[in-house]
Write a protein that binds this ligand. Structure first.
Ligand SMILES: Cc1ncc(COP(=O)(O)O)c(C=O)c1O
Length: 429
């Protein structure tokens, strides 16, 4: 397998683009400089081709947006139909109303909708709406919510360039620990605008936890915001709030909602959304119609073909299969997350997370035609035969690791390439 073009492109990109990527989890610093695919040229279904022409079964799904499959014919047709009428206009387009109506039908807390492009646009919008509605400033947060100042202030070392003063407006609470949330509510009594959280981060909610969060926020006049950027249209069409039947005041969706086209939304109760319609959230491309056409087609396709049932089924095959192999070859590793999105965490002999072992696994899997990337998700195009091939490839890699005693020092010597320095990280939760 050759990676010459990836290497050459990285050399150019480093001169032109800081980090050589627009997205932390897609950039070379997450992977290897050497024998590794670093740039993609095209994708179809569940496959990607790198710039050297190597083909892989992909499990990152572009960091979760691809829920049906890359470049899917039916979704492409919907985008092309809209393209013939135009993309962005001088007035709102009727498709905005059509998509808003669909979202209101599907998402339990949605009575009104505002659109944007990225996840962070709408988590920030939700926070501003909550502050405006309650007249309070403090935010308690319980997950990853994107790259805006209000959030990064609580996420060192990613707080570089963020005014320090913002730190006093945000505090992190521990997931699945209701006593911790209660203590933070007491600490900031009557000053909290919202609790924003990933309802299902890389662990399942304990029985009654989400219900308790709902009850406590309501009792204290705090808005509850569910960040459903990952869970939306993946866990259930209406997200974790549909799955667990716990309805927040506001919620944020993005990623899988349009199978890869850039669109996100903040939705919520009419009482809040209508009262805060004067909150300034205006963007030139907020009503861009190709993404809306894609979102409508994606939502219809998900419903018609029971896409999430398929994705959970193949996800479980992979999840269970990997667990069995980890056991069989006694690899110091475990899976975190749920079958609809998970990560493999490798540890060294002291129990510390081992980036070296992870990168070795990713590289060797890539040599065998499997691209695991930074997180693992399945889409509607993955078939049981793809999972079988993936497990076969993974078994071969685990075998090599076992033959080397699963020892980090020995495994490091087998890596073909250099491990880049990466001081940034993403909250695992
Ligand atoms: C839970 C969650 N919220 C918000 C975001 C931010 O979304 P975006 O990167 O589209 O701004 C992400 C991105 O990974 C996410 O996983």
């Amino acid at each position: 397998m050759k990676f010459d073009k990836s290497r050459a492109l990285l050399k150019q990109a480093k001169k032109l683009i800081p980090n050589a990527s627009q997205t932390l989890s897609k950039g070379y610093k997450m992977f290897l400089e050497g024998d590794f695919p670093l740039f993609v040229s095209r994708a179809k279904g569940c496959y990607i081709w790198d710039v050297d022409g190597n083909k892989y079964i992909d499990y990152t799904c572009a960091l979760a947006p691809i829920v049906i499959g890359y470049s899917h014919d039916e979704i492409n047709r919907a985008i092309t139909r809209q393209l013939k009428d135009g993309i962005t206009f001088s007035l709102p387009h009727k498709i905005e109303v059509e998509l808003a109506r669909k979202l209101v039908e599907i998402i339990p807390c949605a009575e009104m909708v505002r659109f944007a492009k990225n996840g962070m646009d709408v988590t920030s919008a939700a926070v501003r709406i909550a502050r405006a509605y309650t007249g309070k400033d403090i935010i308690l947060r319980g997950g990853y919510h994107g790259g805006q100042d209000w959030y990064l202030a609580s996420q060192p070392p990613q707080d570089w360039g963020v005014p320090k003063v913002l730190k006093k407006y945000i505090e992190v609470f521990k997931y699945n620990d209701i006593a911790d949330l209660k203590a933070k509510i007491v600490k900031h009594k009557n000053k909290i605008a919202a609790v924003i959280m990933e309802p299902v981060p890389m662990e399942d909610p304990k029985k009654g936890y989400l219900e308790a969060v709902r009850r406590i926020t309501r009792q204290n006049g705090i808005l509850l915001i569910f960040d459903e950027i990952v869970t939306g249209f993946r866990m259930a069409p209406g997200g974790a709030q549909e799955y667990y039947k716990v309805v927040p005041d506001l919620a944020c969706f993005g990623k899988a909602m349009a199978n890869g086209m850039p669109i996100s939304c903040v939705v919520g109760k009419k009482e809040i959304m209508a009262k805060t319609e004067g909150v300034f959230l205006s963007t030139t491309f907020g009503g861009e119609t190709l993404s809306m056409a894609s979102a409508i087609a994606t939502i219809d396709f998900i419903k018609k073909h029971d896409v999430l049932k398929h994705n959970w089924r193949v996800g479980k095959m992979l999840y269970d299969g990997l667990n069995k192999l980890i056991d069989k070859y006694k690899i110091n590793a475990h899976l975190i997350g749920q079958v609809f999105k998970f990560k493999i965490i490798f540890n060294d002999s002291t129990g510390r997370e081992s980036n070296v072992k992870k990168l070795f696994f990713l590289q060797q899997a890539a040599f065998r035609g499997v691209f695991y990337g930074t997180s693992t998700e399945c889409n509607y195009s993955h078939q049981p035969k793809d999972i079988a091939l993936t497990l076969k490839a993974s078994e071969e890699v685990f075998k090599i690791m076992r033959a080397n005693g699963d020892d980090e020092i020995k495994i490091k010597k087998l890596i073909k390439g250099k491990i880049p320095v990466n001081k940034f990280y993403r909250d695992q939760r």
